[in-house]
Design a protein around this ligand. Structure first.
Ligand SMILES: CCCCCCCC/C=C\CCCCCCCC(=O)SCCNC(=O)CCNC(=O)[C@H](O)C(C)(C)COP(=O)(O)OP(=O)(O)OC[C@H]1O[C@@H](n2cnc3c(N)ncnc32)[C@H](O)[C@@H]1OP(=O)(O)O
Length: 217
């Protein structure tokens, strides 16, 4: 282990066993990675934002490679399984601390669905200042999965997900996302979703999530 590395927290392994493709119980935490883990995630996102728009000199590229390699070595030394990584389980942070997701904050969960504010960043650029369509689908998949989990109080997996791109989805703008279960039919959970920029509809989702059977991979 490199200097400063801490032993991974695996203390929830026994009381929260892996039960199939996703966990039956979300391995939530507000402590893994320490009190400044959110700042770390934000620095990673900012790195990707800056890299997306940077045109470094060859000399700066050389320097950055060395610095990033040193950082990557430190992170490799504290690699852990997905169930115990702070990324994805830190419910106190945007997008549960998962730096691969467009950062969102869930503002309400009620009978009308899951309400979140999602902000696509510079590194989510598709072109011409608009969010990449695939990134819009990523936001819908995760927040649609959330609405499905709430509707069935269990774990589900995306069977299909269709997005209608109605107007440009802007970057660096807090957008309003709503996902909700329209119908539950046995294991099938039909999910709808919208992303708005104020009054303007940016995109709509129509998806099917399937409730996993016990132990299903
Ligand atoms: C506990 C409460 C907590 C509340 C708080 C929550 C906090 C939030 C926490 C965490 C949120 C996290 C959110 C993450 C979300 C991310 C989700 C993903 O990205 S998932 C990865 C991408 N998806 C895959 O990789 C799937 C790959 N495909 C499969 O694994 C299978 O095909 C699967 C499971 C989808 C279905 O397979 P089968 O064998 O289990 O089931 P079969 O029998 O094939 O289908 C069941 C029924 O569904 C229909 N069906 C299946 N696929 C369909 C399709 N594509 N189109 C139409 N119908 C389909 C079938 O016709 C069948 O219908 P009939 O029962 O006969 O009426």
């Amino acid at each position: 282990m490199s200097d400063g590395a801490v032993s991974p927290d695996t203390s929830t392994e026994i009381e929260d066993p892996h039960e199939g493709g996703f966990r039956a119980h979300t391995a939530i935490t507000t402590e893994r990675g320490g009190p400044r883990y959110g700042e770390f995630s934000e620095q990673v996102r900012t790195l990707m934002d800056r890299a997306r728009y940077a045109c470094p000199t060859p000399e700066l590229t050389d320097e950055l490679i060395d610095q990033l390699a040193a950082i990557n070595d430190k992170l490799a030394a504290v690699r852990i399984d997905e169930w115990h990584s702070p990324a994805g389980t830190r419910i106190d942070l945007p997008a549960r601390g998962n730096i691969t997701l467009p950062p969102f904050e869930v503002t309400d969960v009620n009978d009308d669905g899951v309400f979140a504010t999602v902000t696509f960043r510079d590194f989510h650029l598709g072109g011409n200042k608009a969010a990449h369509g695939g990134q819009v689908a990523v936001a819908f998949d995760d927040l649609g999965g959330y609405a499905s989990a709430v509707a069935i109080q269990g774990v589900s997996r995306t069977a299909y997900l269709t997005v209608q791109y109605r107007s440009i989805t802007p970057l660096n703008t807090p957008l309003q996302c709503r996902t909700w279960a329209e119908k539950v039919d046995g294991r099938k959970v039909f999910i709808k979703g919208t992303i708005h920029d104020g009054d303007r509809l940016c995109a709509e989702m129509d998806a099917l999530f399937i409730k996993l059977n016990p132990g299903q991979q």
